[in-house]
Design a protein around this ligand. Structure first.
Ligand code: HEC
Length: 132
């Protein structure tokens, strides 16, 4: 009997250890809007996407709120949790012939984003596209 309760205690502590270590990662993200995404926009996209100016698909990338507003020519460009269905991700990750809506890859007329930047955008969207 004593032996059994020791065993139970051991399993309980292993269990709570696992629970603690696993769930600590809940609020740690691999990509952050402020640290990773906004800098990409401001160096590679902002010259064209500074406001809902009528050109550049009416897409304003100058703030989180304007990015998520969903009022560009093709509506919502970020579907939180679903990069594959987000026009923002498609725009930077696919060559022109694979684009479903746009006729060019973004940044238009410029070098494609680095694989690291494309990955950050994918991760950020799949992690819920938070204002983090
Ligand atoms: C040289 C100017 C230029 C740059 C730089 C540029 N874009 Fe664009 N972008 C455009 C134009 C013009 C359109 C509209 C094209 C169209 O509708 O076919 C557009 C459209 C878009 C759209 C579709 C918006 C919609 O709803 O129709 C997305 C998403 C987008 N750009 C993302 C980006 C991202 C992200 C960057 C930076 C990595 C970027 N663009 C850089 C000119 C630019």
């Amino acid at each position: 009997m004593k032996h059994n309760s020791l065993k139970l205690l051991l399993w309980l502590s292993v269990g709570s250890f696992l629970l603690l270590t696993c769930c600590e990662s809940d609020d740690s993200y691999s990509a952050s809007y402020a640290h990773d995404i906004e800098p990409i926009f401001s160096t590679r996209c902002i010259p064209c996407h500074l406001s809902e100016s009528g050109n550049s698909g009416n897409l304003n990338l100058s703030s989180y709120a304007s990015l998520m507003a969903g009022n560009s020519n093709n509506g919502t460009v970020v579907v939180p949790g679903d990069a594959d269905n987000s026009l923002l991700y498609e725009a930077v990750s696919k060559p022109p012939e694979e684009q479903s809506i746009l006729i060019t890859r973004m940044p238009q007329g410029g070098e494609p984003l680095s694989p690291v930047s494309v990955q950050l955008i994918e991760d950020w969207i799949n992690e819920g596209a938070k204002d983090n």
